[in-house]
Design a protein around this ligand. Structure first.
Ligand code: 4AD
Ligand code: MG
Length: 467
């Protein structure tokens, strides 16, 4: 039998029922004859207060050992709490120490590192294996878990099939050239031949970790109409920012017979659904982040679910930025990619809310995007949100074989590895569109956490993969 979770215990009535709970000690307060232990098992932000009468039960020895961080089993009866701020407490009769956590260093075991009530996020990043024991990381984790499920709920309800696209791939979907290589060639001994003979490698060709499941998702959308992938994505970018990881999770829907407007509507509906889910089901977590990380978070999220996302072309967005060109480190000009300072200015100052920017110059977007009639811009869309900038990137895809081939040739791409992708345009081609939502950016947005490293259990960034 599994033990009850504290989340559930907290919803029971104070009916003196006998209970045994398990968890980790958060705090211990000792009065003359009373000892209070706050027990937390990660199931909710709130812990269960366990009150011990030290003398009667002769538990002093165990209670002394049971410090912050120790795992214990406590038995008692559930009663209403005389203390303010909580309804229930466990009038505790016995305690069993499952795993001690020393509060002072002992030979071979340094003291439990989470003794203080608050620790800096920088410090916690150095003990990534223990940070889920803190309120912040447990709350991030619960919210992340709920939202991962919401992603499936949204797409499954809307007729989308979940596709497991490969992690190891031979194609660089985004053409950004930031792939991690996967090889079984022996790198330890000096090479004799150059260039490298990849026919000798495991897959008989050069392969890497996927930067996007899109191209493979497109093949399934061309058969099942509506599909989505949701999985780990890898980019060997050295960008050391608060918004980039080398390993992150991306959600990518792909819809056949859909144009850019359909795609934008889907993205807006999807984001609003995710935010509504967080508001409805993660109230405790949002209240915590509102208090400790971003004042007004909940209200901002509520406003967002009610307001339509502004849609503006890249060309108009640049015009807006040029009106205030002096304010930027990077001068805005038609043809340049939007920098994060530009994205923030547009969402926070000009349009004051989420924004969908469309029709970017083809030079700054991926090869597969559908060319507009002007011959210079493509049917791209980026969803930008205040504070964070880009949260979604997507487009309508080029469904004409010749146009796609021309673009690939212009970009100097070798089309031989992409025959399978071009086949979609040879046999039963359709207009189709899709986008990618960075899952960690979503969690950043919902929690107000400023550093992306604090919304994923084990962040991978350049120089960081210890555990
Ligand atoms: O804009 P991106 O590069 O688009 C694609 O990969 C397309 N294939 C998506 C599609 O159309 N199916 O990435 C999509 C999103 C970004 O908007 C951002 O939220 C996130 O993925 N993202 C990252 N998140 C964390 N760390 C990184 N290094 C990221 N790179 C992109
Ligand atoms: Mg992008």
């Amino acid at each position: 039998m599994l033990f009850p979770l504290i989340k559930d215990v907290l919803s029971f009535p104070p009916d003196s029922r006998k209970l045994t709970v398990r968890g980790w000690i958060r705090t211990k307060r000792e009065l003359k004859n009373l000892v209070f232990i706050e027990l937390n098992d990660g199931s909710s932000l709130r812990g269960l207060q366990c009150a011990f009468d030290r003398d009667v039960h002769k538990l002093a020895g165990i209670l002394d050992e049971a410090g912050t961080g120790a795992s214990v089993e406590i038995e008692g009866i559930l009663v209403s709490s005389p203390a303010a701020g909580q309804e229930l407490e466990l009038a505790s009769k016995s305690i069993r120490l499952i795993g001690p956590a020393p509060s002072e260093s002992r030979p071979g075991i340094p003291a439990y590192p989470l003794q203080k009530k608050r620790h800096s996020l920088d410090f916690l990043r150095e003990i990534a294996h223990l940070r889920p024991r803190t309120n912040t990381f447990a709350a991030v984790t619960r919210l992340r878990s709920r939202l991962a499920f919401a992603i499936h709920q949204f797409f499954q309800r809307n007729g989308y099939q979940y596709i497991h696209t490969p992690i190891i791939t031979a194609n660089d979907a985004e053409g950004a050239g930031a792939m991690f290589q996967v090889t079984t060639l022996n790198l330890e001994t000096p090479r004799t031949s150059s260039p490298v003979d990849y026919s000798q490698d495991f897959f008989g060709r050069k392969t890497g970790l996927t930067v996007s499941g899109q191209l493979e998702a497109e093949t399934y959308a061309a058969a099942l109409s509506r599909v989505y992938t949701f999985g780990p994505t890898f980019r060997a970018e050295h960008s050391n920012t608060t918004r980039h990881l080398a390993e992150f999770w991306m959600v990518e829907p792909e819809t056949a017979f859909a144009d850019l407007d359909d795609n934008m509507n889907l993205a807006e509906e999807f984001l609003k659904f995710l935010i509504t889910t967080a508001l409805e089901d993660c109230g405790e977590e949002l209240a915590f982040f509102d208090t400790h990380y971003e004042k007004g978070l909940r209200e901002n999220l509520e406003t967002l679910t009610r307001s339509p996302f502004t849609r503006v072309s890249y060309t108009s967005a640049i015009a807006e930025l040029e009106k205030n060109a002096g304010a930027f480190e990077f001068k805005p000009a038609w043809g340049c990619d939007l920098q994060s300072e530009h994205e923030r200015y547009l969402t926070e100052t000009v349009f004051r809310g989420p924004l969908i920017v469309t029709d970017y110059p083809k030079e700054i977007k991926a090869f597969y995007m559908k060319l507009n009639d002007d011959g210079r811009t493509v049917r791209a869309m980026d969803v930008l949100v205040p504070r964070l900038g880009e949260i979604i990137g997507g487009s309508q895809r080029e469904e004409h074989l010749e146009k796609l081939q021309t673009r690939m040739t212009e970009l100097g791409m070798n089309t031989t590895g992409y025959q399978w992708y071009l086949d979609l345009r040879r046999y039963g081609t359709t207009p189709h569109s899709g986008f990618g939502l960075g899952f960690e950016r979503l969690i950043q947005y919902l929690t107000g956490m400023t550093n992306i490293r604090d919304v994923i259990p084990y962040p991978r960034t350049a120089g960081q993969a210890e555990y």
